[in-house]
Design a protein around this ligand. Sequence first.
Ligand code: FES
Length: 127
Amino acid sequence: MSVERGSQRLTAICSSDALEVGGLGVRFGVVDENDTWPAFVVRHSQGLAAYINRCAHLALELDWDNGLFFDVDQRHLICTTHGALYTADTGECVSGPCNGSGLEALKVVEARGTVYLSDPRYVGFCE
Ligand code: FES
């Protein structure tokens, strides 16, 4: 479901209840003028964060099971393939073979119990 807010188009991703701090993330997809990309949103200790689901090491999705993005301490996001660690709030790489790069962040907002994609570069859709 998409809603307009001013000149901005918001795409509903999930209910706010679906995201617990350090818990499972919600996978969704985004479309730009070139392609379709897998994406995800998680709730961390300071709020929400969403990213393109593509490791900075190799162009592979991070989660080893649907929505499992956090490492065991529930602080960092981890890539299942070779263990690269990213900060949950910025997507910056802090450990592992991510070549000094981070995750591509997406803008999201939370309002009235729903999490929305609010990134003008992309149109979102639920998987
Ligand atoms: S593909 Fe993610 S760490 Fe290698």
